[in-house]
Design a protein around this ligand. Structure first.
Ligand code: GCO
Length: 452
């Protein structure tokens, strides 16, 4: 692993999110979130799994921090549950909610680990959803208030902040296709959801700074979109899809513009909003898992390419199976070269406008209880691709692996295991996998050896 040396200043971490690990959904004054509601609806989640208990991290955080300390990471990316902080999504903070994150943050600092919280990882307070959720512009004010509460309480101890996790996935999976909470199937009418999240992001950056917080970014997921063939139809379909999943979210933040044609679909005073959306960031967080192959619609989309989601008819594009690549147990293609490609694309597309990058998520689902050589192979390939991109001049400052623990994988419930640490969901026993020990060695070696 010595050739995976990234230098002494490179940051190493793991990522998690509140609903996926915390459990304790009725404790500490927590309000209902859209994910509580969604999980309670029959047919939404595989095996009717829910996050009611998850990894019970709310009670076991000290044990989990000890696992992180032994792993040797310097940064932990987690998320605040908005309904723990503001049970109805507005008004004064719930003291017990703030206290929980106080305990977590203090435990991390004591273990020498820098907390890097995300303000929002999909668990919208249900009353806000009932009032329109991300379709309603009012949520931007609510989110700015929430950011102000967090800054006031934690800016003294939190050295890195992330506003929103994967606004693309909320838009697409939550409001366009309905595979995630809140389960709406609005297709292209979901575009205002993208705009309101982007605006809420910009407002939150400003509110955090006003409250004394510094080092602020977003965690946005990005994947190269590869045309299914060289035909004009497939290339056009892929380009539209690429705009929708990548540049619709990154361009407004980094350039202050939407890809051409999208302004008209957005609500509000769009150009004023873009000025807020493009508030300069201290870093840009990229979540990356796999490339996507897209062609023109044929009515025969491969559901393996869409995590089992049946796309409605009438869309102008269609994800296709990417043949010729090994797959994770989730069916996602393993293609480290695509990781380097998306990073170089960011550098080329944004040039001087691009702040330093952090990899805020990368990882894989393999159901190998402890001897998970396949995860080691995946991470080894992706870290080599990352190293190459850095050597090619992309300014990447850290890598946060998804995830510390096997956890609640949204619509797939507990069927997909992304952890470096195995969790027995009957007993809550945690067992570090081979990849945990391997990752620990990578981190150690990386700090000792100078990067080229
Ligand atoms: C996402 C989320 C994570 C997922 C992970 C694996 O990227 O969808 O940020 O919550 O669990 O990506 O799918």
């Amino acid at each position: 692993t010595a050739d995976l040396a990234f230098g002494p200043d490179f940051r190493w971490g793991v990522s998690t999110s509140a609903y996926q690990i915390e459990g304790a959904v009725t404790e500490g004054g927590r309000g209902l979130s859209t994910w509580d509601t969604f999980c309670a609806e029959p047919g939404r989640i595989l095996n009717r799994d829910t996050g009611v208990v998850a990894c019970d991290h709310y009670h076991r955080y000290a044990e989990d921090v000890a696992l992180m300390r032994d792993l040797g990471i310097d940064t932990y990316r987690f998320s605040f549950a908005w309904p723990r902080i503001q049970p109805t999504g507005k008004g004064p903070a719930e003291v017990a909610g703030l206290d929980f994150y106080d305990r977590l943050i203090d435990a991390l600092l004591e273990a020498g680990i820098q907390p890097a919280p995300t303000l929002y990882h999909w668990d919208t307070p249900q009353p806000l959803e009932d009032a329109g959720g991300w379709l309603d512009r009012d949520i931007c004010d609510r989110f700015a208030d929430y950011a102000g509460i967090l800054a006031a309480r934690f800016a003294d101890r939190v050295p890195m902040w992330i506003t929103i996790n994967e606004p693309m996935v909320i838009t697409l999976m939550g409001y366009s296709l309905g595979a995630h909470a809140p389960g709406k199937e609005l297709l292209f009418d979901a575009l205002p959801v993208a705009h309101h999240q982007l605006l809420a992001h910009g407002r939150a950056v400003q509110a955090l700074r006003a409250g004394g917080a510094a080092n602020i970014g977003i965690a946005s997921n990005h994947a190269p979109t590869w045309p299914a063939s060289d035909s004009v139809e497939d290339k056009e379909a892929a380009q539209l899809y690429d705009n929708l999943i990548n540049w619709l979210f990154a361009d407004p933040i980094l350039l202050g513009t939407y890809p051409s044609g999208f302004d008209a679909a957005m609500p509000g005073p769009v150009s004023d909003d873009l000025a807020v959306i493009s508030t300069p960031l201290d870093f840009f967080g990229i979540n990356h898992y796999a490339p996507v192959s897209v062609g023109a619609a044929t009515g025969q989309a491969d559901t393996a390419a869409t995590d089992g989601i049946l796309l409605p008819p009438g869309l102008p594009f269609e994800p296709r199976e990417l043949s010729g690549y090994p797959k994770t147990d989730f069916g996602w293609p393993i293609a480290p070269a695509a990781f380097g490609e998306i990073l170089r694309t960011f550098k080329d597309r944004y040039g001087d406008r691009l702040p330093p990058i952090y990899i805020t998520e990368n990882g894989c689902s393999f159901d190998d209880p402890v001897d998970d050589q396949r995860r080691i192979d995946y991470l080894d390939g992706y870290l080599r691709a990352l190293k190459q991109a850095i050597d090619d001049g992309v300014d990447v400052r850290g890598y946060f692996q998804w995830s510390l623990l096997d956890n609640f994988e949204w619509a797939a419930g507990y069927s997909q295991r992304f952890g470096l640490v195995h969790v027995d969901f009957d007993t809550q026993v945690r067992t570090p996998k081979a990849s945990y020990h391997w990752f620990r060695d990578v981190i150690r070696q990386s700090r000792i050896h100078q990067s080229r």
